[in-house]
Write a protein that binds this ligand. Sequence first.
Ligand SMILES: [Zn+2]
Ligand SMILES: [Zn+2]
Length: 145
Amino acid sequence: MQERIDRIKDQLHAASYKLTPQRESTVRVLLENEADHLSAEEVFLKVRERSPEIGLATVYRTLELLAELKVVDKINFGDGVARFDLRKEGAEHFHHHLVCIECGAVDEIEEDLLGEVEKKVERDYQFKIMDHRLTFHGICHRCQK
Ligand SMILES: [Zn+2]
Ligand SMILES: [Zn+2]
């Protein structure tokens, strides 16, 4: 945990930002809930348990900054709520998601399935791809039982 915080601190420093205690509390909540896809409000409620003095606006600004620096990705699964998802370390692209329409579970696919698709798009459309989003909507293995 501390090592990852240190690396995120380095990413902030490289962009001339400091890891203030408020920012660090937000980063810790994201790391502790890495498997979840928390909204800004949900992050705020968890940050507040630890640091009651931090306001929602500060948490919002921190999340926007982390998104700008590509520490987190901002995603929307079609319910109109922006969610924040930590980037996997060393991942070139954003991981893929499986969203269950029955129970709402969000599972992750960490392997990049789009390598061939990207090559084709780059070739056929002369488009330099920097990143992508891929979300499958369906029924999860738990709900199929
Ligand atoms: Zn995710
Ligand atoms: Zn399900």
